[in-house]
Design a protein around this ligand. Structure first.
Ligand SMILES: [Cu+2]
Length: 461
């Protein structure tokens, strides 16, 4: 897909690479399910609107009536405290998605056009789910049917049966489904702000339809999503002795009170709990939802050295000016990240904003530190939930300058991107790096990356 400016990501497709060896996963049918979002507005105009008023697309601002509903459920003190907290942070608890007015698509088709995949009773059907949207994190499910996840971001994982899964922009999951009846099933993908839905149908023949249940309630971000627990009940909790409201802003938050999880050892596990709860979860209590801790690679990682270096990457921004940054700097202003060929590094992403950011690295996979030991799953995109830290490790084996960015289009366009440069080994270094991989002697005629290459990265990847 295009990665230029704010060109909409409507010009895109899927590339499926068959494994050299027979796939461990057999399927009778194989379909690409490309989820997308489309806005009738010009994308540059969308960005101008957001710059002028970051709440421009937030049609669901909470009202006084919502407040009285909350007060009825939680008690007046709790409702008022929550309201005051949000006010002090100058944010809305409906800030789940910052652009709305989208239509949601499956393979370019609207819910009414109903993309239909033929699937008969007893068949094994592989769905290659791709979140190819510009700005939408989707919750995907097929009511009445379990999905067995067999690959994440194109890499095989041990099968895990789920009722639904949450997909950040650019994430891919392969799932196997097995219809138990010759009937139609709806495949539904709800954006996390529940502002619409994408829909397709699995059925034994074209023209069939299954019921489409109404959108489930949108969950609101809670203060606990930011690690700000309040003790006690009633108004006594309002003094906020532990919070520094003067600094509370999307761009400048009081880290001490945010309770970030520390990064663990390689394989020690920092990537979330048993389900993606907490941030706008919105799932039924009894649903099995895929969590990053469920992802266990089918293969052992071949490099299990501890990282030589930790690179801290704070996900930052100023919602009021609609500026999204990494370590408080916009793309172009920051020095690129430089690693040596063969160097083993940990990247720790710490989200200091109220939105989830799907962080994506070009050129190579990283290993998600999710507690899977030597079976750490390979991914190239990881959702970092609000107020949380997620860490990945990698051995730098792809020489060149690679984009590392949030894959929400308008976050990337407003600056949430940096260059990740893998330096070629110097002449003095061994031809073979410590991890045993050999160094390519000819780099396809390319010269070594320099400071300027950060601005002319591999756009084709
Ligand atoms: Cu982002």
């Amino acid at each position: 897909h295009s990665h230029s400016g704010t060109q909409d990501q409507s010009v895109l497709g899927a590339i499926v690479i068959d494994p050299a060896r027979p796939s461990p996963v057999e399927a009778d049918r194989d379909y690409v399910v490309l989820l997308g979002d489309a806005t009738p507005e010009d994308s540059d105009q969308v960005l101008r609107n957001l710059k002028a008023d970051p709440g421009y697309y937030n049609y669901s601002k909470r009202t006084l009536l919502d407040f009285f509903d909350d007060a009825g459920e939680k008690g007046l003190g709790a409702a008022m405290r929550d309201r005051l907290d949000w006010g002090a942070m100058r944010m809305d608890p409906t800030d789940l998605a910052d652009v709305s007015g989208y239509s949601f698509l499956v393979n370019g088709k609207s819910p009414r056009a109903n993309e239909t995949f033929i699937a008969r009773k007893g068949e094994r059907v592989r769905l290659r789910l791709i979140n190819g949207s510009a700005m939408t994190i989707f919750d995907v499910r097929i009511p009445g049917m379990k999905m067995t996840v067999v690959a994440a971001d194109g890499n095989d994982v041990e099968p895990v049966r789920v009722d639904e899964l949450r997909m950040g922009v650019a994430e891919r999951y392969d799932v196997i489904v097995e219809p138990e009846d010759d009937r139609a099933y709806s495949l539904l993908a709800e954006p996390i702000d529940r502002s619409g839905f994408a829909r397709a149908t699995l059925a034994p023949e074209q023209g069939m339809e299954a019921p489409v249940p109404p959108n489930r309630p949108r969950a609101l971000l809670a203060m606990s999503d930011m690690g700000m627990a309040h003790g006690g009940d009633g108004m006594s909790g309002m003094d906020h002795g532990n919070m520094n409201h003067g600094k509370m802003d999307h761009g400048v938050m009081d880290h001490g009170s945010m309770g970030h999880k520390a990064a663990g050892d390689a394989g020690g596990g920092t990537a979330g709990g048993t389900r993606p709860a907490g941030w706008a979860s919105g799932f039924p209590a009894d649903a099995k939802v895929l969590a990053y801790t469920d992802l266990i690679s089918t293969g052992m990682r071949d490099d299990n050295r501890p990282p030589e270096r930790e690179i801290a990457m704070r996900l930052t921004g100023n919602m009021e000016r609609y500026v999204w940054t990494l370590n408080d700097e916009k793309f172009g202003a920051a020095a690129p990240i430089r690693v040596r060929y063969g160097e083993r590094v940990r990247l720790t992403f710490t989200n200091e904003t109220m939105m989830a950011h799907p962080m994506h690295l070009h050129g190579m996979f990283f290993e998600l530190e999710n507690g899977a030991g030597m079976k750490r799953p390979l991914k190239d995109t990881v959702i970092v939930p609000p107020g949380q830290s997620v860490s990945v490790v990698l051995t730098a084996r792809e020489i060149g300058a690679w984009p590392l960015h949030c894959h929400l289009l308008y976050h990337m366009a407003s600056g949430m991107m940096t260059a990740f440069i893998v330096e070629p080994p110097s002449a003095a270094e061994s031809e073979v790096t410590p991890d045993g991989a050999s160094v390519p002697l000819v780099l396809h005629g390319k010269t070594a990356p320099n400071a300027h290459s950060a601005h002319s990265m591999h756009g084709e990847h």
